[in-house]
Write a new protein. Sequence first.
Length: 107
Amino acid sequence: MFGNLKAHTGVVNAFLGVVTRKDDLRGEMLTTGNQLKAARALIGIEQKELADLVEVNVNTIRSMEAAGAGPIAGRSQNVQAVQRALEGLGIGFLNHGRPGVQLKERP
């Protein structure tokens, strides 16, 4: 239906309604509040620590997690910044029909 979305310069992420450049796509996307909460739990980081790292208010992280199993609403640049920060801390995102997270292997 959509063909190879990553081959296009502009990609519409159906989960978030986010338009991003293909260069920004490193794999799967952060899509749900539960996924964010699980990612934090895996690496043992508090909401406030993540908020400080991403330079957003802690209420932004709380709101994202409050989405639960539903899609995260909010500013796309905040969601992307949170995803990049968590990926930098060793988190990999999974979205193969059921959003999840995993610890990436360290070299």
